[in-house]
Each structure stands twice: as structure tokens, then as C-alpha cells.
Design a protein around this ligand. Structure first.
Ligand SMILES: Nc1nc2c(ncn2[C@@H]2O[C@H](COP(=O)(O)OP(=O)(O)O)[C@@H](O)[C@H]2O)c(=O)[nH]1
Ligand SMILES: [Mg+2]
Length: 384
């Protein structure tokens, strides 16, 4: 049975503003990014809220009214505060070892470059990329191209930006309607949380969004998505636990088309009884969608946990082959992530990095910006 679930209309939406986001950035505590099965303790409390009403046609209509109201009444858009990238990334292994390296005025010599190479490799940039980068800088240093460590830092910055620029390709959801995003990735990487954040972003942009609870493997996953739906006032299409994921997503696509929704975001399981089973399921979801819309899914968005380091590479390799990944989201870069995995991913696959997760709340998903990211990792200029 297709179930529409809607937000209870009595509760006022939290008014979050760009300014509030900035304040939150300043007090953000990276240590608080503990991982649990559900989004946050707030999510837990919300999940315990009364059961959603059994939906009917009226509920559908009401749900879209709520979406309209949300657009008008709610908050300023989730404007990314550029300076907050540094606040969020400063705890990363990359930022820490680089700032330790460039602390005080370091001597510009081969030892410094050796240490830089070690720091990059340790931060998960990858051996090949790190070695190439440092050898290039070494040649330039020997040609006396750098007057001081600041100049070296500037050169490093532009090399790092150059590595990431090719994958800085934002996702344009206006190219189809409904634009179907299928999210994939292993358990716990942040798929459901990312869907919640994306829903918030697209609603802020004035789009009609529908979510599909395609992770039917765990009951908690459906509840978690509903919680995000409630927060952002977007309908969530779900069936019971153990329902066929492809059929949930098929229903959701049908609903999205009949309601004129502009974006459909589908959640999927990160683990089934066997890994092969998961890949078969993802294949089936794709085939079933194409019965309604041969061009769907328009984006297969793979979510990667930024704290997993080099293991992310093998994950992407596997999902790319079997699920046809077209874009990446790297989450949890605010916590203990080393950060370097972004460069390794860019070099290895060249897949667009659409968004990065810099925290657990709705506005902590940023459109990937190579310069802001690199500046967040590197120490500020040494000179002053
Ligand atoms: N610190 C931090 N935590 C995140 C981020 N994205 C997701 N998480 C947390 O990671 C955990 C797993 O997320 P979830 O969405 O359930 O993962 P899923 O199993 O892939 O759906 C949750 O506790 C999330 O709050 C992020 O960008 N930063
Ligand atoms: Mg999930």
C-alpha cells in the first residue's frame, strides 16, 4: 500500500537564518559528531512523536499546501557562509598536520618538502598524488621560484585547487521534472541525513520535493527519513519494513509525476543479507524506474563517509561498476576526517563531487567549492 505521510501542521517551523547558521558555525564542536543509528538526539525525540495519520487524497493535497506554506513562511535559504568552511575543517588531520608544518617561519628546504609529502600521504591524499605534487614543488623550489615558505604555501594551494577543480561540477536538478536522485552507499555513511539536508536545500530553492523510503531493510531507516520529511515538510512515500524497495521507489516516482513534484530523492539500503543482493536490488530499482521514465534516475548520488580514508576508493569502485554512480557526496568532513580523501577520489575517478557534509544539521550540506575547501584545510598565510 502506498502511504503518504505528512507533517502535522500545528508545529511552527524552526526559523533558521543564514546568520544563525554562521553563529552555529562559530560554536560548532567537532567532537559532538558522535555517530549513532539515527540523525541526532533531536531526531530520536522527533521519531518518538505520535504516529503519522493514515493518508488519503486530502492528505496529499494538504501536504502540498504545507510545502507551499513552508516556502513562504520559512527561513532564509541555507546560504553557505564561506568562512565557516575553515571553522568546520580545522579539526581535520590535513589541517592539523599542515598547520604544524608551517608553524613559525619554516626553512624552505628539502626536509620541509619531505615532511609535506608525509603529511599529505598521512592525510589520505594518496601516495601517487602526494609524491607527484611534492616533486613538482621541489623542482620549482630548486629553481628558486619561492622566496619564502609563504610562496610555497601559495603554490601548494593552487596545486591542490587544480586537483579538485575538475570535480567541482554542481548538480543541476532543473534539467528534468521530476528530477530523480537515487542515493547509494554503504550503511552509516550519511545517506539518509544527506537526503534530509538536500530536501531542505531544494525546498529553500522553492522546489516541490518528494522523498522515497527505499531503505526497507531496517525499520529505523524509514522512521529516520520520515523525521527529516517532517522537519522539512516534504511528503515521504513509504511502505512497511521489508517491503520491496523497487516498488516503494516506483510508487514514489508515480506520485511525484502525478503531483508535478520537481525533485524525487530516493533512499536505499546500505546493506542487505549479501552484498550481491544489494547490487541486484539497486539494479532492479533502476530498471523499474525506467518503466515510468526512461531517463531516470537522473543522478545516482553515492554518499561516502569522509572519515573512512582510502577505503572510500574501493567503495566507489564497486558502486560505480554496479550502480552507475554519477556524482558523489562526501560527509563528516567536520569531524575527525583527514580530508585528503577528496583529492584521492578526484584523481582516481574524476566523478563530480556535488556536495560535502560539514555537520549533522539541515544546513550543513554545502555545494562543493574547491577553493573554499582547500582554504579550509590550509593554514592562513604565514606572513602576518
Ligand atoms: N558530523 C557529521 N555527521 C554526519 C554527517 N552526515 C551524517 N552524519 C551522521 O552520520 C550518522 C549516520 O548517518 P545516516 O544518514 O543514518 O547514514 P546512512 O546509514 O547512510 O543512511 C548519523 O549519526 C548522522 O548524523 C556530517 O556531514 N557530519
Ligand atoms: Mg539510512
Amino acid at each position: 500500500m502506498l502511504k503518504f505521510w505528512k507533517k502535522k501542521t500545528t508545529e511552527p517551523a524552526p526559523a533558521e537564518s543564514a546568520a544563525a547558521d554562521e553563529r552555529a558555525d562559530l560554536v560548532a564542536d567537532p567532537a559532538s559528531s558522535a555517530e549513532s543509528g539515527v540523525a541526532t538526539s533531536e531526531a530520536l525525540a522527533e521519531a518518538a512523536a505520535p504516529e503519522p495519520q493514515v493518508p488519503d487524497i486530502d492528505a496529499e493535497v494538504e501536504a502540498s499546501v504545507v510545502v507551499e506554506a513552508a516556502r513562504e513562511a520559512e527561513h532564509a535559504p541555507a546560504t553557505p557562509a564561506r568562512r565557516s568552511w575553515r571553522e568546520r575543517l580545522s579539526g581535520s588531520g590535513f589541517a592539523k598536520s599542515l598547520s604544524a608544518l608551517f608553524v613559525k617561519n619554516p626553512r624552505l628546504d628539502d626536509d620541509l618538502l619531505d615532511e609535506l609529502e608525509t603529511a599529505l600521504i598521512t592525510a589520505d591524499v594518496g601516495v601517487d598524488a602526494s609524491t607527484r605534487l611534492v616533486e613538482d614543488l621541489r623542482k620549482r623550489m630548486h629553481k628558486r621560484e619561492f622566496a619564502d615558505a609563504d610562496a610555497l604555501l601559495k603554490a601548494l594551494r593552487s596545486e591542490l585547487v587544480a586537483l579538485l577543480k575538475p570535480v567541482e561540477t554542481p548538480l543541476d536538478v532543473a534539467t528534468a521534472s521530476p528530477f530523480v536522485i537515487l542515493t547509494v552507499g554503504i550503511n552509516g555513511v550519511g545517506k539518509t541525513t544527506t537526503i534530509g539536508k538536500l530536501a531542505r536545500r531544494y525546498v529553500d530553492e522553492g522546489r516541490n520535493v518528494i522523498l522515497a523510503a527505499g531503505d526497507t531493510f531496517r525499520a529505523a531507516a524509514v522512521e529516520q527519513l520520515k523525521t527529516w520529511g517532517e522537519r522539512n515538510k516534504v511528503p515521504v512515500v513509504s511502505q512497511g519494513q521489508d517491503a520491496d524497495s523497487a516498488s516503494v521507489i516506483f510508487d514514489a516516482l508515480q506520485a511525484a509525476r502525478s503531483r508535478g513534484a520537481q525533485v524525487l530523492i530516493a533512499d536505499t539500503a546500505g546493506r542487505l543479507h549479501t552484498q550481491g543482493g544489494l547490487m541486484d536490488e539497486l539494479g532492479k530499482i533502476g530498471r523499474v524506474m525506467k518503466k515510468l521514465d526512461p531517463s531516470a534516475p537522473h543522478e545516482v548520488l553515492m554518499v561516502i563517509d569522509g572519515t573512512t580514508g582510502q577505503n572510500a576508493i574501493s567503495q566507489v569502485r564497486q558502486f560505480r561498476e554496479t550502480a552507475g554512480v554519477t556524482g558523489l557526496v562526501v560527509t563528516k568532513l567536520d569531524g575527525t576526517a583527514k580530508g585528503g580523501v577528496m583529492f584521492a577520489l578526484a584523481r582516481e575517478f574524476g566523478l563530480p563531487i556535488r556536495y560535502v557534509g560539514l555537520g549533522e544539521t539541515a544546513t550543513d550540506l554545502r555545494v562543493f567549492d574547491a577553493e573554499a575547501f582547500v582554504d579550509g584545510l590550509l593554514p592562513a598565510a604565514l606572513g602576518g
